[in-house]
Design a protein around this ligand. Structure first.
Ligand code: Z5A
Length: 209
């Protein structure tokens, strides 16, 4: 595959969406083709699944159903959009991908990691991001940036839930070399600079090989 697959992860309100958009603009200004997308969501079917997942009226949803819906959305997203874009040489930037499932459905909902890993490999056709930014911010700070009256089903979860998610992202980051932890406590501009510094280091490393 010719393109590059970059994902942004972190707790609610950490600033991922903002940084994913800024990075997409950076690459576009350099003349590169970019697919900027998100999870759950992306293509039509995956966006329909997103609406079921985030609907705050769906309080009876079981953790097992939740896991399978996130994976179903991801499978459609990966097969219909991400893999074709990478094959066409585009840079794909996704606001969340499967590390969110490990943190939210695994660490916070307590679903067995082996089950998640097995279904994940099937749902993603084995695709792994080339680079994953984890924007780290205390859960309280991220949640305070979100308008509570419009909170979706996941945002309504307890502080303990969101704190477990943050802890899990920091643990996952130890597992593979594709992860870079970014301090989310800085300004939007400072974080963008930190992201670009890493992108440039990686590009220089690629040029040397
Ligand atoms: N989920 C899951 O459980 N399992 C999975 O496998 C996947 C997802 C893929 C998706 O919600 C939910 O699904 C999510 C995880 C779960 N639920 N939770 N909780 P979503 O897509 O609607 O939302 P989100 O991804 O969680 O976050 P968000 O609301 O889009 O926020 P964000 O992307 O982290 O931040 P932002 O939109 O860039 O910024 C939020 C606000 O803060 C905004 O007003 C910004 O202008 C401001 N901001 C951003 N950066 C800064 C800095 N540095 N300083 C000050 N203010 C800032």
């Amino acid at each position: 595959m010719k393109g590059m697959f970059i994902t942004f992860e972190g707790t609610e309100g950490c600033g991922k969406t903002t940084q994913a958009e800024l990075l997409a603009d950076y690459f576009r200004q350099k003349g590169q083709e970019v697919l900027l997308t998100r999870e759950p969501g992306g293509p039509k079917i995956a966006e329909s699944i997103r609406m079921i997942l985030l609907n705050k009226d769906n309080i009876e949803m079981l953790p097992e159903t939740e896991l399978l819906l996130y994976m179903a959305s991801r499978s459609q997203h990966t097969g219909e959009w991400i893999i074709p874009a990478l094959k066409a040489g585009k840079i794909v930037i996704s606001d969340r991908y499967y590390d969110s499932t490990i943190a939210y459905q695994g660490a916070a909902r307590k679903i067995d990691r082996n089950i998640i890993d097995t279904i994940r490999k099937y749902a993603t056709f084995g695709l792994v991001p080339d680079l994953t930014f984890i924007i780290d911010l205390p859960a309280t700070k991220g949640l305070s940036r979100i308008k509570r009256e419009n909170a979706d089903r996941l945002e309504q979860e307890s502080l303990e839930f969101h704190t477990n998610v943050r802890k899990s992202f920091l643990e996952i980051a130890e597992e593979e070399s594709r992860f870079r932890i970014i301090n989310g406590n800085k300004s939007i501009e400072e974080i963008h600079k930190d992201v670009l510094k890493i992108i440039k280091e990686i590009q220089e490393g690629r040029d040397e090989t």
